[in-house]
Design a protein around this ligand. Structure first.
Ligand SMILES: C[S@@+](CC[C@H](N)C(=O)[O-])C[C@H]1O[C@@H](n2cnc3c(N)ncnc32)[C@H](O)[C@@H]1O
Length: 226
């Protein structure tokens, strides 16, 4: 009960506009708070992402979890395929510390300037992190750059509902995500510019969350169909 009250009051005291400081403070209670987001809006998107990954993971596949947070999804990945070659990236040291028990390479880095060369990963995952960066479009460009041709990009993000009635109905939840997690609600067709084919999408409960996956055309390091 006390922890629930603390979680409600916490957003009022969190640093604004500095996602590293914000997530360093959130780290100890992140999973509990995030679970509420999943219950209210994000669960179907996350389930779709996990379904996609289950079909894609194989021993030796190079996977990147970008904006890994405390490593909950990364732990799931390693449970689903212990032979995966996993890299976890986050900019908040307290989050990386929490993820340190997940097997794999742990890298303290910025999604907007990933310290990896082109085509270094077969699978790139980014769950609920794009919208917490200063430039979500640039973050996707980085994820596409490090993805190998033929590889799969899997995204989950908070989505701005199109219907006015849903926007009104969800206002309180959207404000609490905005303040509590520093998360923007992205347009449903985000990222519009993904080269060539449209990503496959699922829009989940009350139009507030989205899952998108996209396969990078084979034989094209830039992502544009040859
Ligand atoms: C809402 S959490 C998502 C965590 C995890 N992916 C999940 O599914 O629960 C967002 C994470 O992105 C990280 N993050 C925010 N901006 C970042 C950036 N520019 N570079 C790397 N990580 C960033 C935060 O530190 C935080 O751990």
């Amino acid at each position: 009960m006390l922890s629930a009250i603390r979680d409600v009051l916490l957003p009022l005291t969190l640093p604004r506009g500095d996602s590293v400081a914000l997530y360093d403070r959130l780290a100890p209670r992140y999973d509990r708070m995030h679970r509420r987001w999943l219950e209210r809006a994000g669960a179907e998107s996350l389930a779709a992402l996990q379904g996609c990954l289950a079909a894609e993971l194989e021993p030796g596949r190079r996977a990147l979890d970008a904006g890994c947070g405390p490593g909950t999804l990364a732990r799931w990945v390693m449970g689903a395929e212990p032979g995966a070659d996993l890299t976890l990236v986050d900019l908040a040291p307290a989050m990386l510390e929490r993820a340190s028990s997940v097997p794999g390479r742990h890298v303290h880095a910025d999604l907007l300037a990933l310290p990896f060369s082109e085509a270094e990963f077969d699978i790139v995952i980014c769950a609920w992190a794009l919208e917490t960066t200063a430039e979500p479009e640039r973050a996707v460009a980085e994820l596409v750059r490090v993805l190998a041709p033929g590889g799969l990009l899997c995204l989950c993000f908070c989505r701005q509902p199109e219907a006015r009635s849903e926007r009104l109905r969800s206002l309180r939840l959207r404000l609490s995500v905005r303040h509590g997690f520093g998360g923007l609600f992205l347009q449903g067709n985000f990222p519009q510019w993904l080269p060539h084919r449209q990503p496959r999408r699922l829009v989940s409960r009350r139009q507030l969350a989205s899952f998108a996956c996209w396969r990078k055309p084979a034989g094209s390091p830039s992502g544009v169909e040859p």
